[in-house]
Ligand binder design. Structure first.
Ligand code: IPD
Ligand code: CA
Ligand code: CA
Length: 263
């Protein structure tokens, strides 16, 4: 089996754990005031880590629930796989089927392979650098919309909003700036899937502050391979150390940036 098929297989099997948990009662632990984790996130991540260790022994494995975190963390490795066992945990807990397992393989600072799998809706997004991106067997292509006013924009709100600090103020300021100039906003609750729906042409753009590599490492390649664009809010090449991510179909990117506050 080649590497992408192995990744898909791991995601499919991990998806069984997530799906079982989705329909079961959940023991919830608070990582922060509104940042939650369940035993299913941890069980799924442990399963994925065991499999990846076997098939990708040269890669550093960076999983949301196991990676030691500190404020001055740098997430750059020569070869790494960034793992979000359940992106969209709040949806998972509330029984809203917008969530995914995200696996993003990066080498020398570039995404090379990705799988974003929603086991509830049975949507397997996947991509290999230079070979396009797919949802199940269907090739993906971004929307051809060129007008921001006719664009549906996805975003998300950081857990740090509860502190009403700089992140909260950025979210509110951007929303105030942008809302009159777009078709509408969606806050769907899973950044990895937001990037894949953008790749699929369902939305025209996505922006968010304070995301971690495991939220976006998979979705970025799915989007780029579908013809999309990713940058930071300064319109520079996106880096995991950036505070913000801005992603689009490429056609409305600069119009959107014009309404986002610099941070
Ligand atoms: C979260 C989701 C959400 C985004 C949050 C993320 P989690 O990931 O991607 O859409 O707004 O910032 O942390 O906690 O469900 O894995
Ligand atoms: Ca996440
Ligand atoms: Ca998660």
């Amino acid at each position: 089996m080649n590497k992408i098929e192995i990744l898909k297989q791991i995601a499919l099997e991990a998806g069984k754990i997530v799906k079982e948990g989705y329909h079961a009662s959940k023991e919830i632990t608070h990582k922060g005031v509104v940042d939650l984790v369940t035993e299913h996130d941890i069980k799924t991540e442990n399963f994925i880590l065991e499999k990846l260790k076997k098939y990708f022994p040269d890669h550093t494995l960076v999983g949301e629930e196991s990676h030691p975190q500190s404020d001055n963390d740098s997430y750059h490795y020569d070869k790494a796989i960034y793992i979000d066992p359940i992106d969209g945990t709040t949806n998972f807990i509330h029984g809203i089927p917008y969530l995914a397992i995200s696996l993003g393989v990066w080498e020398k600072g570039e995404p090379v392979m990705a799988v974003v799998y929603n086991p509830i809706l049975e949507e397997m997004f996947w991509a290999v650098k230079g070979e396009g991106s797919y949802c199940n067997e269907t090739k993906l292509s971004v929307s051809s919309q060129e007008e921001l006013q006719q664009s549906l924009i996805a975003t998300g709100f950081p857990y740090a909003k509860v502190n009403q600090g700089i992140e909260y103020r950025w979210v509110i300021k951007c929303m105030t700036n942008i809302l009159p100039h777009i078709q509408d906003i969606r806050r769907l609750g899973a950044a990895a899937v937001d990037l894949c729906y953008l790749a699929q042409g369902k939305t025209e753009a996505f922006y968010e502050i304070d995301l971690k590599p495991w939220d976006v490492a998979g979705g970025i390649l799915v989007l780029l391979e579908a013809g999309g664009k990713v940058s930071n809010v300064h319109n520079e090449k996106f880096d995991f150390d950036d505070k913000s991510i801005v992603a689009s179909n490429g056609r409305v990117h600069e119009q959107l940036l014009g309404y986002l506050e610099l941070i």
